[in-house]
Ligand binder design. Sequence first.
Ligand code: NAP
Length: 245
Amino acid sequence: MEQKTVLITGASRGIGAACARRFAGSGYRVALNYCRSEEAAQALAEELRLAGGTVELFQADMRDTGQVTHMVDNVLDKFCQLDILVCNAGIARQQLFTDISDQDWRDLFNVNVDGTFRCCRAVLPHFIHRKAGRIITLSSIWGITGGSCEVAYSATKAAIIGLTKALAKEVGPSGITVNCVAPGVIDTDMNGALTAEDLEALRLETPLERIGRPEDVAECVYFLASEGAGFLTGQVLSPNGGILI
Ligand code: NAP
Protein backbone atom coordinates (compact mmCIF):
# COMPACT_ATOMS: atom_id res chain seq x y z
CA MET A 1 0.00 0.00 0.00
CA GLU A 2 1.21 3.50 -0.84
CA GLN A 3 2.54 5.35 2.22
CA LYS A 4 0.32 8.30 3.10
CA THR A 5 1.40 11.63 4.54
CA VAL A 6 -0.35 13.47 7.35
CA LEU A 7 0.26 17.04 8.52
CA ILE A 8 -0.68 17.57 12.17
CA THR A 9 -0.67 21.10 13.59
CA GLY A 10 0.18 21.64 17.25
CA ALA A 11 1.78 18.20 17.43
CA SER A 12 4.46 19.05 19.99
CA ARG A 13 2.24 18.20 22.97
CA GLY A 14 -1.07 16.72 24.12
CA ILE A 15 -3.62 15.53 21.59
CA GLY A 16 -1.49 16.47 18.56
CA ALA A 17 1.44 14.42 19.87
CA ALA A 18 -0.88 11.44 20.46
CA CYS A 19 -2.12 11.79 16.86
CA ALA A 20 1.49 11.83 15.62
CA ARG A 21 2.21 8.60 17.54
CA ARG A 22 -0.98 6.96 16.21
CA PHE A 23 -0.28 7.78 12.56
CA ALA A 24 3.48 7.08 12.69
CA GLY A 25 2.81 3.76 14.44
CA SER A 26 0.58 2.76 11.51
CA GLY A 27 3.13 3.57 8.83
CA TYR A 28 2.05 7.08 7.83
CA ARG A 29 4.69 9.71 7.06
CA VAL A 30 4.17 12.45 9.62
CA ALA A 31 4.71 16.17 9.12
CA LEU A 32 4.78 17.43 12.68
CA ASN A 33 4.05 21.12 13.25
CA TYR A 34 4.98 22.96 16.42
CA CYS A 35 5.12 26.62 17.39
CA ARG A 36 7.05 27.30 20.64
CA SER A 37 7.76 23.81 22.07
CA GLU A 38 10.79 23.01 19.91
CA GLU A 39 12.43 20.70 22.47
CA ALA A 40 9.28 18.64 22.97
CA ALA A 41 8.73 18.43 19.20
CA GLN A 42 12.31 17.29 18.60
CA ALA A 43 12.06 14.67 21.37
CA LEU A 44 8.82 13.34 19.87
CA ALA A 45 10.31 13.21 16.35
CA GLU A 46 13.32 11.34 17.73
CA GLU A 47 11.07 8.87 19.57
CA LEU A 48 9.04 8.19 16.42
CA ARG A 49 12.14 7.83 14.21
CA LEU A 50 13.69 5.37 16.66
CA ALA A 51 10.50 3.32 16.35
CA GLY A 52 10.95 3.29 12.55
CA GLY A 53 8.71 6.22 11.67
CA THR A 54 9.21 8.81 8.92
CA VAL A 55 8.82 12.18 10.60
CA GLU A 56 9.76 15.77 9.73
CA LEU A 57 9.37 18.89 11.85
CA PHE A 58 7.81 22.12 10.56
CA GLN A 59 7.82 25.18 12.78
CA ALA A 60 4.98 27.62 12.12
CA ASP A 61 2.71 29.93 14.05
CA MET A 62 -0.94 29.45 13.10
CA ARG A 63 -1.50 33.20 13.62
CA ASP A 64 0.66 34.04 10.61
CA THR A 65 -0.61 33.41 7.08
CA GLY A 66 2.91 33.56 5.60
CA GLN A 67 4.24 30.95 8.05
CA VAL A 68 1.28 28.60 7.42
CA THR A 69 1.69 28.86 3.64
CA HIS A 70 5.43 28.33 3.94
CA MET A 71 4.84 25.27 6.17
CA VAL A 72 2.51 23.63 3.64
CA ASP A 73 4.91 24.40 0.76
CA ASN A 74 7.77 22.85 2.75
CA VAL A 75 5.72 19.73 3.57
CA LEU A 76 4.94 19.30 -0.14
CA ASP A 77 8.62 19.87 -1.09
CA LYS A 78 9.72 17.28 1.44
CA PHE A 79 7.08 14.58 0.89
CA CYS A 80 5.82 15.52 -2.63
CA GLN A 81 2.31 14.66 -1.48
CA LEU A 82 -0.09 15.35 1.35
CA ASP A 83 -3.10 13.13 2.09
CA ILE A 84 -4.42 14.24 5.46
CA LEU A 85 -4.54 17.55 7.35
CA VAL A 86 -5.27 17.54 11.09
CA CYS A 87 -6.03 21.09 12.32
CA ASN A 88 -5.32 20.48 15.98
CA ALA A 89 -3.37 23.55 17.21
CA GLY A 90 -5.42 25.49 19.69
CA ILE A 91 -5.47 27.63 22.82
CA ALA A 92 -8.01 28.00 25.60
CA ARG A 93 -8.64 30.60 28.27
CA GLN A 94 -10.99 30.55 31.25
CA GLN A 95 -12.35 33.94 32.31
CA LEU A 96 -15.57 35.72 33.10
CA PHE A 97 -17.27 37.01 29.96
CA THR A 98 -17.11 40.60 31.21
CA ASP A 99 -13.32 40.27 31.73
CA ILE A 100 -12.61 39.31 28.10
CA SER A 101 -10.63 42.05 26.36
CA ASP A 102 -10.75 42.66 22.60
CA GLN A 103 -7.21 41.26 22.47
CA ASP A 104 -8.17 38.05 24.36
CA TRP A 105 -11.09 37.51 21.98
CA ARG A 106 -8.93 38.13 18.90
CA ASP A 107 -6.10 35.89 20.18
CA LEU A 108 -8.43 32.90 20.59
CA PHE A 109 -10.04 33.40 17.19
CA ASN A 110 -6.68 34.02 15.52
CA VAL A 111 -5.21 30.68 16.62
CA ASN A 112 -8.29 28.43 16.74
CA VAL A 113 -10.48 29.62 13.87
CA ASP A 114 -8.20 31.67 11.60
CA GLY A 115 -5.43 29.07 12.01
CA THR A 116 -7.79 26.29 10.89
CA PHE A 117 -8.96 28.46 7.98
CA ARG A 118 -5.37 29.27 6.94
CA CYS A 119 -4.30 25.60 6.99
CA CYS A 120 -7.34 24.39 5.03
CA ARG A 121 -6.91 27.14 2.44
CA ALA A 122 -3.22 26.33 2.03
CA VAL A 123 -3.67 22.57 1.46
CA LEU A 124 -6.84 22.64 -0.65
CA PRO A 125 -5.30 23.47 -4.06
CA HIS A 126 -3.18 20.32 -3.67
CA PHE A 127 -6.13 18.20 -2.50
CA ILE A 128 -8.41 19.54 -5.27
CA HIS A 129 -5.76 18.88 -7.91
CA ARG A 130 -5.49 15.27 -6.70
CA LYS A 131 -9.27 14.93 -6.19
CA ALA A 132 -8.53 13.38 -2.81
CA GLY A 133 -7.75 14.42 0.73
CA ARG A 134 -8.98 14.29 4.30
CA ILE A 135 -9.31 17.26 6.62
CA ILE A 136 -9.95 16.73 10.32
CA THR A 137 -10.64 19.76 12.51
CA LEU A 138 -10.63 19.94 16.31
CA SER A 139 -13.61 21.44 18.10
CA SER A 140 -14.70 20.66 21.69
CA ILE A 141 -17.86 19.70 23.57
CA TRP A 142 -17.90 23.38 24.60
CA GLY A 143 -18.35 24.26 20.92
CA ILE A 144 -21.51 22.12 20.92
CA THR A 145 -23.07 22.93 24.27
CA GLY A 146 -21.24 26.10 25.42
CA GLY A 147 -19.01 26.37 28.47
CA SER A 148 -19.49 28.85 31.32
CA CYS A 149 -16.40 31.08 31.77
CA GLU A 150 -15.20 29.88 28.37
CA VAL A 151 -17.43 31.92 26.09
CA ALA A 152 -14.66 33.00 23.70
CA TYR A 153 -13.22 29.48 23.51
CA SER A 154 -16.72 27.99 23.02
CA ALA A 155 -17.42 30.51 20.24
CA THR A 156 -14.21 29.55 18.41
CA LYS A 157 -15.01 25.86 18.71
CA ALA A 158 -18.58 26.39 17.47
CA ALA A 159 -17.15 28.34 14.51
CA ILE A 160 -14.92 25.38 13.69
CA ILE A 161 -17.99 23.12 13.46
CA GLY A 162 -19.61 25.62 11.07
CA LEU A 163 -16.45 25.81 8.98
CA THR A 164 -16.25 21.99 8.86
CA LYS A 165 -19.84 21.52 7.70
CA ALA A 166 -19.78 24.25 5.04
CA LEU A 167 -16.38 23.24 3.69
CA ALA A 168 -17.47 19.58 3.53
CA LYS A 169 -20.30 20.62 1.17
CA GLU A 170 -18.01 22.78 -0.97
CA VAL A 171 -15.18 20.31 -1.49
CA GLY A 172 -17.11 17.02 -1.39
CA PRO A 173 -17.47 16.99 -5.21
CA SER A 174 -13.65 17.14 -5.36
CA GLY A 175 -13.38 13.87 -3.44
CA ILE A 176 -12.31 15.54 -0.19
CA THR A 177 -13.86 14.83 3.20
CA VAL A 178 -13.95 17.33 6.08
CA ASN A 179 -14.87 16.08 9.53
CA CYS A 180 -14.55 17.33 13.08
CA VAL A 181 -13.54 15.75 16.38
CA ALA A 182 -15.07 17.45 19.43
CA PRO A 183 -13.45 15.97 22.55
CA GLY A 184 -14.70 16.14 26.12
CA VAL A 185 -12.30 16.72 29.02
CA ILE A 186 -8.88 15.35 28.09
CA ASP A 187 -5.82 15.11 30.32
CA THR A 188 -3.39 17.56 28.66
CA ASP A 189 -1.57 20.79 29.56
CA MET A 190 -4.68 22.66 28.36
CA ASN A 191 -6.46 21.53 31.52
CA GLY A 192 -3.40 22.13 33.70
CA ALA A 193 -5.16 24.94 35.60
CA LEU A 194 -7.92 22.61 36.83
CA THR A 195 -7.53 21.53 40.46
CA ALA A 196 -7.65 17.88 41.54
CA GLU A 197 -11.15 18.61 42.93
CA ASP A 198 -12.30 20.09 39.59
CA LEU A 199 -11.03 17.02 37.73
CA GLU A 200 -12.69 14.66 40.20
CA ALA A 201 -16.01 16.51 39.81
CA LEU A 202 -15.73 16.24 36.02
CA ARG A 203 -14.84 12.55 36.29
CA LEU A 204 -17.93 11.89 38.43
CA GLU A 205 -20.10 13.78 35.92
CA THR A 206 -18.86 11.46 33.17
CA PRO A 207 -20.86 8.23 32.68
CA LEU A 208 -17.68 6.30 31.83
CA GLU A 209 -16.17 7.65 35.07
CA ARG A 210 -12.81 8.77 33.80
CA ILE A 211 -11.10 11.78 32.26
CA GLY A 212 -10.21 11.30 28.60
CA ARG A 213 -6.73 10.51 27.37
CA PRO A 214 -5.10 12.12 24.32
CA GLU A 215 -5.06 8.62 22.78
CA ASP A 216 -8.90 8.49 22.95
CA VAL A 217 -8.98 11.53 20.66
CA ALA A 218 -6.16 10.31 18.40
CA GLU A 219 -8.13 7.12 17.74
CA CYS A 220 -11.11 9.16 16.43
CA VAL A 221 -8.86 11.36 14.28
CA TYR A 222 -7.16 8.26 12.88
CA PHE A 223 -10.51 6.66 12.08
CA LEU A 224 -11.72 9.74 10.19
CA ALA A 225 -8.55 9.60 8.07
CA SER A 226 -8.97 5.88 7.33
CA GLU A 227 -10.44 4.15 4.28
CA GLY A 228 -13.37 3.01 6.43
CA ALA A 229 -14.50 6.62 6.92
CA GLY A 230 -14.68 7.29 3.17
CA PHE A 231 -18.45 8.00 3.16
CA LEU A 232 -18.36 10.32 6.19
CA THR A 233 -18.15 14.06 5.68
CA GLY A 234 -19.32 17.15 7.55
CA GLN A 235 -19.71 15.10 10.73
CA VAL A 236 -18.79 15.77 14.35
CA LEU A 237 -17.42 12.86 16.36
CA SER A 238 -17.24 13.49 20.10
CA PRO A 239 -15.00 11.32 22.29
CA ASN A 240 -16.31 12.51 25.67
CA GLY A 241 -17.04 9.49 27.88
CA GLY A 242 -20.74 10.37 27.80
CA ILE A 243 -20.43 13.74 29.58
CA LEU A 244 -22.35 15.19 26.62
CA ILE A 245 -24.94 12.95 24.96
P1 NAP B 1 -2.18 21.56 24.57
O1 NAP B 1 -1.69 20.36 25.29
O2 NAP B 1 -2.24 22.87 25.25
O3 NAP B 1 -1.33 21.70 23.20
C1 NAP B 1 -1.64 22.74 22.32
C2 NAP B 1 -0.85 22.57 21.04
O4 NAP B 1 -1.24 23.64 20.16
C3 NAP B 1 0.64 22.65 21.26
O5 NAP B 1 1.29 21.69 20.47
C4 NAP B 1 0.98 24.07 20.78
O6 NAP B 1 2.26 24.16 20.15
C5 NAP B 1 -0.07 24.28 19.70
N1 NAP B 1 -0.27 25.72 19.47
C6 NAP B 1 -0.75 26.65 20.31
N2 NAP B 1 -0.72 27.87 19.73
C7 NAP B 1 -0.20 27.69 18.49
C8 NAP B 1 0.10 28.56 17.41
N3 NAP B 1 -0.14 29.87 17.47
N4 NAP B 1 0.63 28.01 16.28
C9 NAP B 1 0.88 26.69 16.19
N5 NAP B 1 0.64 25.82 17.19
C10 NAP B 1 0.09 26.32 18.32
O7 NAP B 1 -3.67 21.32 24.03
P2 NAP B 1 -4.47 19.97 23.73
O8 NAP B 1 -5.31 19.67 24.90
O9 NAP B 1 -3.58 18.93 23.16
O10 NAP B 1 -5.47 20.52 22.60
C11 NAP B 1 -5.33 20.23 21.22
C12 NAP B 1 -6.62 20.62 20.52
O11 NAP B 1 -7.72 19.88 21.09
C13 NAP B 1 -6.98 22.10 20.67
O12 NAP B 1 -7.53 22.57 19.48
C14 NAP B 1 -8.02 22.09 21.78
O13 NAP B 1 -8.87 23.18 21.71
C15 NAP B 1 -8.73 20.77 21.50
N6 NAP B 1 -9.43 20.23 22.66
C16 NAP B 1 -8.77 19.93 23.83
C17 NAP B 1 -9.50 19.42 24.90
C18 NAP B 1 -8.87 19.07 26.21
O14 NAP B 1 -9.62 18.81 27.18
N7 NAP B 1 -7.55 19.02 26.33
C19 NAP B 1 -10.89 19.23 24.79
C20 NAP B 1 -11.51 19.57 23.59
C21 NAP B 1 -10.79 20.06 22.54
P3 NAP B 1 3.59 24.71 20.90
O15 NAP B 1 3.57 24.18 22.31
O16 NAP B 1 4.70 24.15 20.07
O17 NAP B 1 3.54 26.21 20.84
